[in-house]
Design a binder for this molecule. Sequence first.
Ligand code: FES
Length: 146
Amino acid sequence: MAYSEKVMDHFANPRNVGEIEDADGIGEVGNAKCGDIMKMYIKVDNDVITDVKFKTFGCGAAIATSSMATELIKGKSINDALKLTNKAVMEALDGLPPVKVHCSVLAEQAIKAAVSDYYKKRGVDPTLIVGEIKECDHDHGCGCQL
Ligand code: FES
């Protein structure tokens, strides 16, 4: 199994690691298959994600995809952040080995969970905006081959 240079870089030097104490939204998701967990914190101003941090207790691919995902949504509108797919994150990393595709789903879902929390805190039902938050259970077309 070979990782791209970008994956290795984001694994060795992950961007935006940590917590935001006064976060506007916090999302935590788990991968049902491997037990890995990702927590994402966002600051929102005028519907723009002004800051984002994450903590991932997981494999190297999960750490690299979380790192890249935070870079891709920082400074973007909530709408754009919700459109970020695990495929786009993988492309930005020059790909992942097939057995690691499911790991990238964590980052996509953690963003959705953090945005859901942001809306809930403001008294808005996030279901229609964010949609369902899934775990990697092999039934949703994530491409997971484990
Ligand atoms: Fe669990 Fe990668 S093996 S997220």
